[in-house]
Write a protein that binds this ligand. Structure first.
Ligand code: MD3
Ligand code: FE
Length: 233
């Protein structure tokens, strides 16, 4: 996980991503094709991370195994078990620190945040979700982060999925957005606390369609000013 994963990063970051960026909610931007030519390198990075911190089906506090399997990289990783949802510096499966967030991946996540109007994004955690046929993620809010002023950046890879995009209240109407390999979405401002989920992936996929979907979410967890005084992160 050392060195340049993405040999053509500068060309990718300027001038522009593949599709036009468009707002999908207050403070939220869809950047279709933002990952561009880096999808294969990111998929290889996910495989390398998962050799150190394997994908696993975590248990919800209510003792249900999640249908999505997960791992993390970065200083902090999101976990759930009988004790609840939280961030941890170590992988509970190995008691080791999570694999580091590769510098090139952090650069790409920060570029997506900047393109959506958040120039100072400093991710601490990268949650990596793996969806197999039948996997889903029910409507939820992401509120385990102390710093809710920072956006969340997500990258989609592999099989397409239907993103469920609600509102500030659980009963708000839900829009459906197809997320394809290469798409980035940045969620900040009021959208940061909106309900969202992923519809179940069909049990059968088309012949040349990849079976698995991966989603990376880059997250700021702690307040910037309260961590590592005088540091750069
Ligand atoms: C909107 N993941 O890991 S990513 C999650 O595709 C999660 O795996 C989904 O929801 C996935 O928590 C959706 C898009 C996403 C991530 C965080 C958000 C959308 C968000 C936080 C607030 C609002
Ligand atoms: Fe979420």
């Amino acid at each position: 996980m050392q060195g340049q994963l993405f040999d053509n990063l500068p060309e990718q970051l300027s001038p522009m991503p593949a599709g036009a960026a468009h707002p999908i909610g207050p403070g939220a931007m869809h950047l279709p094709g933002f990952i561009g030519t880096h999808a294969a390198a990111i998929l290889a990075t996910i495989q390398a991370i998962s050799r150190q911190a394997p994908f696993r089906h975590m248990m919800t506090p209510g003792s249900h195994a999640m249908s999505v399997s997960m791992t993390n990289c970065g200083l902090l990783g999101w976990i759930t078990d009988a004790q609840g949802y939280r961030y941890s510096r170590t992988d509970p499966a190995t008691h080791m620190p999570w694999p580091p967030l590769p510098a090139d991946l952090e650069t790409l996540a920060r570029a997506a945040a900047a393109a959506a109007g958040y120039p100072d994004f400093r991710p601490e955690a990268c949650l990596i979700n793996c969806y197999a046929p039948g996997s889903r993620m029910g409507l939820h809010q992401d509120r385990d982060e102390a710093d809710l002023s920072a956006p969340i950046v997500s990258f989609s890879l592999g099989r397409s999925a239907t993103f469920l995009w609600g509102g500030a209240r659980r009963n708000d109407p839900v829009a459906r957005i197809i997320l394809q390999q290469g798409d980035a979405i940045v969620w900040g401002g009021p959208s940061r606390l909106y309900f969202h989920g992923i519809a179940p992936l069909a049990r059968r996929c088309a012949p040349q369609e990849p079976e698995l979907r991966y989603n990376l979410t880059f997250r700021r967890v702690t307040h910037l000013a309260l961590r590592d005084e005088g540091g750069t992160r």
